[in-house]
Each structure stands twice: as structure tokens, then as C-alpha cells.
Design a binder for this molecule. Structure first.
Ligand code: APR
Length: 242
């Protein structure tokens, strides 16, 4: 089973999607902030945006969709979650005391709680609540500008994470593929969904709106993820015993 998620799964936790209402920050388009050029031009502005988003995510809680996915993950024989989300709500979600193991989750666009150096290999986690910043933090190791450990527009995906997805898919098509809350604007997202579906598999899209994946879906659920996923989980045991 392969599950692909995007910003829509965290919408009901109060985290605005990028391209939906509330996606703009100080009237700025995320597509223009999340780039290396924006960081070079105004690193403090970009840092402020990420700091505020980290604070918002810290205050947010996983919703019923995140929890339903934990249940699917722990009950599936072979499972991988590929999330484009840099938040930690998949990681924090619990179902009967269980969480999705790190080995079954790929954050393909990075992790907003990781800070890394633009120049050297330095990395750290941002665990503490953060106040407003006055400066762009320098790297404690080389003095270079620190940056968020996320993948910006125009950057390559982390090769090790891509490999994990490819390895999973190399075992063959999936019985079930879920694509949840993503505009699926990136070709690799659509391609992974199609590879997972294979010739005979099921592909269910959960999204109130259409996406490029919709045309390939065997079923589309036009409901918010927190409504649709708990209902879907209730249907799964029947499928897995077929
Ligand atoms: N439940 C399910 N889907 C929802 C919900 C909801 N409650 N609310 C909105 N959606 C859907 C929207 O219809 C849209 O298709 O979630 C999607 C959100 O789209 P985007 O904001 O484009 O987010 P995403 O697809 O994750 O963006 C991909 O682009 O900005 C970059 O790197 C960033 O990871 C991000 C990537």
C-alpha cells in the first residue's frame, strides 16, 4: 500500500494549504518565498516565514485523517507513506498508542524542523519555541547562512529519500494507492501514484477538488480528508481479507 499526501491532509489541523485560501503570507505567494532566489534576496524574510510556520505547526494537532493513516500503516502488510508535507503531524499522530514508524514514512520535501547550513554539512533540529528573529542565524560550524531543511522550488529532491520510494515501488504494484490532499503539480508525484497502481491496482483520490491524478483514479472521494479517511479505514479490513 502506498499513500501520498499533500497540504490538504493538514488543512483541518488549521495549517493553510499553499494554493488555497490563507496560503499567502503577508500578501506574499509561497511559490515566490520558497526559492533559493528569495532566500538570497531577503534571507530574513524567508526565515521569518518559516519561523512563523513552525510556531503554527507546534500549536497544531494531528486530525482524524492523520490518525486514520496510522491505523492503515500499522495494519498493512507492506506500507509506505510519501508526504510532501514538511510539518510533523504524520509523525505525531497516534492510534491506540502506535505511530507510523520512521521507516514507513518519507518526507520527500524535507522537514521544517530541520535547519541546515547552506555551505557545509551542519544540521540541527529546531525543538524549542521560537520568538521573532532579528538576524539570519549563522552556522556554528562554518559561519555560513543557515537555512530550513526543506526542498525549495527548482531544487533537486533528496536522493536517499527518492531511493526509498523507488525501492518500495520496485517490489511491484500495490493493492491500494491513496492520494490525499495534493494538487499533484509535480510529475514525480503523479508518476509514483501510477507506478503504485500498476495495471490492476486501485487508486483512490481524496480531495474536494480535481487534480491531475483524478483521471487515473479508480475512485474519487470529494470530501475533506478528516471526513473521508476514517470512513475509508472502516472499509479496509474487508478488502485486505479478499
Ligand atoms: N482534505 C483534503 N484535501 C484538501 C483539503 C481537505 N480538507 N483542503 C484542501 N485540500 C486539497 C486542495 O483541493 C488541493 O488540491 O489539498 C490540496 C492542497 O494543495 P497545495 O496547497 O498545492 O499543496 P500540495 O499539493 O501539498 O503542494 C505540493 O508544493 O508548495 C509546494 O513544496 C510545497 O509540498 C508542497 C508542494
Amino acid at each position: 500500500m502506498l499513500v501520498i499526501t499533500g497540504a490538504g491532509i493538514s488543512a483541518e489541523s488549521g495549517i493553510p494549504t499553499f494554493r488555497g485560501p490563507g496560503g499567502h503570507w503577508r500578501n506574499l505567494d509561497p511559490a515566490k518565498l520558497a526559492t533559493e532566489n528569495a532566500f538570497r534576496a531577503d534571507p530574513k524574510l524567508v526565515w521569518d516565514w518559516y519561523r512563523e510556520r513552525r510556531q503554527m505547526i507546534r500549536a497544531a494537532q494531528p486530525n482524524a485523517a492523520h490518525v486514520a493513516l496510522v491505523r492503515i500503516a500499522v495494519q498493512s502488510r507492506d506500507f509506505l507513506l510519501v508526504t510532501q508535507n514538511v510539518d510533523d503531524l504524520h509523525r505525531r499522530a497516534e492510534w491506540v498508542g502506535q505511530r507510523i514508524p520512521a521507516g514507513k514514512m518519507v518526507q520527500i520535501h524535507g522537514d521544517i524542523f530541520v535547519t541546515r547550513c547552506s555551505h557545509c554539512d551542519f544540521r540541527r533540529r529546531e525543538n524549542e519555541p521560537e520568538g521573532p528573529a532579528t538576524l539570519v542565524p549563522p552556522c556554528p560550524s562554518c559561519g555560513g547562512p543557515l537555512r530550513p531543511g526543506v526542498v525549495w522550488f527548482g531544487e533537486t529532491l533528496p536522493p536517499r529519500e527518492v531511493q526509498r520510494v523507488e525501492d518500495f515501488l520496485s517490489h511491484g504494484a500495490c493493492d491500494l494507492t491513496l492520494v490525499i490532499g495534493t494538487t499533484a503539480l509535480f510529475g514525480y508525484i503523479v508518476q509514483w501514484a501510477l507506478d503504485a497502481k500498476g495495471r490492476l491496482g486501485r487508486l483512490i483520490e481524496i480531495n474536494p477538488e480535481e487534480s491531475p491524478v483524478s483521471a487515473f483514479a479508480t475512485e474519487t472521494v470529494r470530501e475533506p480528508a478528516a471526513v473521508a479517511l476514517p470512513k475509508l479505514v472502516a472499509r479496509l479490513p474487508r478488502w485486505f481479507t479478499m
